[in-house]
Design a protein around this ligand. Structure first.
Ligand code: SF4
Length: 403
């Protein structure tokens, strides 16, 4: 099944396995249940200086959990006890589904490390969101509260710190931090300097983890005792990739007993500085596959990792690394290039049109209307990934605009 085996043709591979999206694609590679019939539970890792041990796989919550209660129950059974949701996810149905679960299984609340987020940009709105989130989830507290999707460490100002301290003192949150898809290394370095951030969830994968900048940022956070959770670990891009290396890689991993999607999880877990991977697992198949990857002790070899890096280099122009400080400052008017690239990735790589279109629609209409009229030539010249920004913005608008 490797590239040297002529019987493993491109057409046959694509027909059999497809190309990995948000999670793993094939059957689990090792038993998920002990001989006694009890589910095995996945390992935990220390979460910065919080004193908590969190499951190395976290259940990402852009899901309508109201109609996915079995997924929550089985996640608990396999020890996937770090749950990540947000006020905005699935129009509130993610948090309400968690609330429904806790109402039915109140004894499980203490087992769960529960994270929610708010994208509100004022302290007042953040308080309103937190109160509503707790009510929806039928709990008195969130274990961790994130400000959702910061682009710059200046969002963590004195007012935010005072808000976090107050919420902790009131027992509404235990820990505080932020998530980020943009300018991740700068945000991490800034947080390490601040000294009061407990945890961060950031885009982090085989494409990003080897840069000197990211290594320095992760080292600084670990020294500062900040718990780190990786997201977007599949490294799916704005443009669909179909390289020979990708096919060779997938065949190589299958021979070793796991899928390329599972290998991408392993690549991140092999860095012990990362406490957990937050993965979107909207169905039992992907949950089982990711749990199997977490239980499987097989490590990626040096050759495996270098092939992943080679693939990342070959497909560089298909992937936005979120360095929005570079491109967005090159455009005359406000243009959320990084956000648009992310929505296009949800559409093209995750095949999740609704998630993509919902995000795109949240860009204020005035800004959306002018997106395709702006001049991106300087941004394209400066983009370290060499992305055809203007073409991709047009593609996003064509695919995601809702009249
Ligand atoms: S489009 Fe290019 S410069 Fe802008 S965030 Fe993406 S990779 Fe960075």
């Amino acid at each position: 099944m490797t590239g040297s085996n002529p019987s493993w043709s491109r057409r046959k591979f694509l027909k059999t396995a497809g190309v990995a999206g948000v999670g793993s694609i094939l059957a689990p590679t090792q038993p998920l249940f002990a001989a006694s019939g009890e589910p095995k539970t996945i390992p935990t890792r220390p979460f910065g200086k919080t004193g908590e041990q969190v499951s190395m796989l976290s259940l990402g919550g852009i899901i309508n959990f109201l109609s996915n209660q079995l997924l929550l129950k089985q996640a608990v059974n396999w020890g996937v006890t770090y749950w990540d949701t947000a006020h905005s996810y699935s129009g509130g149905r993610s948090e309400k589904g968690i609330g429904k679960y806790f109402a039915r299984y109140p004894q499980d609340r203490k087992k769960i490390f529960l994270v929610t987020k708010s994208g509100a940009w004022s302290i007042k709105s953040m308080s309103r969101d937190l109160a509503e989130s707790l009510e929806r989830m039928q709990t008195d507290y969130a274990d961790l509260f994130f400000v959702h999707g910061i682009r710059n460490i200046s969002a963590m100002d004195d007012d935010t710190r005072a808000w976090a301290d107050k919420a902790k003192a009131a027992g509404k949150i235990r820990f505080f931090g932020f998530s980020t898809h943009s300018n991740m290394a700068e945000c991490l370095l800034g947080a390490a300097d601040l000294g009061w951030i407990d945890a961060i969830m950031m885009t982090y994968n085989y494409r990003l983890m080897h840069s000197d900048e990211m290594r320095r940022a992760v080292d600084a956070c670990v020294r500062a005792g900040i718990g780190l959770t990786a997201m977007k670990t599949q490294g799916g891009g704005q443009v669909r990739t179909d390289s020979e290396t990708e096919l060779r890689l997938a065949g190589r991993f299958l021979q070793k007993g796991f899928t390329d999607a599972q290998a991408k999880l392993k690549a991140v877990w092999q860095n012990p500085q990362i406490a957990s991977i937050c993965s979107q697992m909207p169905n039992m198949t992907i949950l089982m596959s990711n749990v199997a990857a977490a239980l499987d002790k097989t490590q990626l070899s040096t050759r495996d990792r270098s092939m992943l890096q080679q693939f990342a280099r070959e497909t560089r122009t298909a992937y936005c690394t979120g360095c929005t400080a570079i491109c967005e400052s090159c455009v005359e008017r406000e243009a959320p290039i990084g956000d648009v690239m992310r929505y296009l990735m949800y559409c093209n790589s995750y095949d999740d049109y609704k998630l993509a279109a919902d995000g795109f629609r949240k860009i204020p209409q005035k800004i959306r209307a002018r997106l395709t009229r702006l001049d991106y030539s300087r941004a394209e010249r400066n983009c370290p990934q060499g992305l055809p920004i203007a073409r991709l913005i047009q593609e996003a608008k064509n695919k995601l605009e809702i009249s």
